[in-house]
Design a binder for this molecule. Sequence first.
Ligand code: NDP
Ligand code: A1CAB
Length: 271
Amino acid sequence: MTYSIAVLGAGKIGEALLAGLLGGGRRVEDLMFTERHPDRAAELTTRYGFRAVDVATAAKEADVIVVAVKPQDIEPLLDELGPNLDVGTLVVSLCAGLPTTLYERRLPDGVPVVRVMPNTPMVVGEAMSAISPGRYATGDHLATVEELLSVVGVVVRVPESQQDAVTALSGSGPAYFFYLVEAMIDAGILLGLPRAVSEKLIIQSAVGAAAMLAKTGEHPVTLREAVTSPAGTTIMAIRELEKHGVRAALLDAIEAARDRSQELGRQHDED
Ligand SMILES: NC(=O)C1=CN([C@@H]2O[C@H](COP(=O)(O)OP(=O)(O)OC[C@H]3O[C@@H](n4cnc5c(N)ncnc54)[C@H](OP(=O)(O)O)[C@@H]3O)[C@@H](O)[C@H]2O)C=CC1
Ligand SMILES: O=C(O)[C@@H]1CCC=N1
């Protein structure tokens, strides 16, 4: 379907979305963005051809407004957007922690809002996005967002009450895998392998493991057990991971990320 989309804040996620939509066949004239820094705006226009606009123009011209600024930058943006927005425009928030009620309070009455938690694998068309409707968002609005995001990855619908947990799991999730890969590459260096070799071994192992998870339908426990030979090498490593409490560390880490997402939302409670 043809409709115009404006991304407010074309940073890492905003750019990934715009580039993905363009790659997925959307017309460049239907894609626009706002950016704070003229250099960044010029860079995006030169690289892709998207139109840099101001917030008032985005509000006037776009059918869908995607908010992709950091949660800490939301207040001045809503101040600027509110007076210019038409009640028929669909607002999609990608911001961690921010509830749809914040937008509903600050934007014209009845504006439909859909909260989304995507992740950075969007840059390679492999995003995991979870979407939740606000008070005024209908099934059609959800379907529009689903169609939009399915071009850059997989989309699930969740109740908004689960979005802070989703943010901690899949929103931040890629960072945990990158951290693990980084540590495993270091282990290769510790064992005396050249860095390039260590990187190749670990990255391809990560790609292979991810493909097995995605394609075999097997449970991760089954896949791990298949690697873990009796009295072999893997079980020696697993014992060390258990001794160091890596599983408990992950549970605590993800709980801390969930708490931070809740806190980011609460920061805008009293307006
Ligand atoms: N990165 C990630 O993995 C994920 C991020 N998110 C969410 O997406 C949002 C964006 O994150 P990310 O892309 O990483 O952040 P970035 O900082 O890379 O992008 C935000 C961009 O918005 C610009 N900006 C800020 N205020 C305004 C404004 N008023 N008008 C126009 N542009 C503005 C920023 O400029 P400046 O450089 O001056 O700050 C920056 O370029 C966040 O809310 C985050 O929670 C969600 C899922 C995953
Ligand atoms: O770290 C963050 O706050 C953002 C939200 C999810 C991933 N990155």
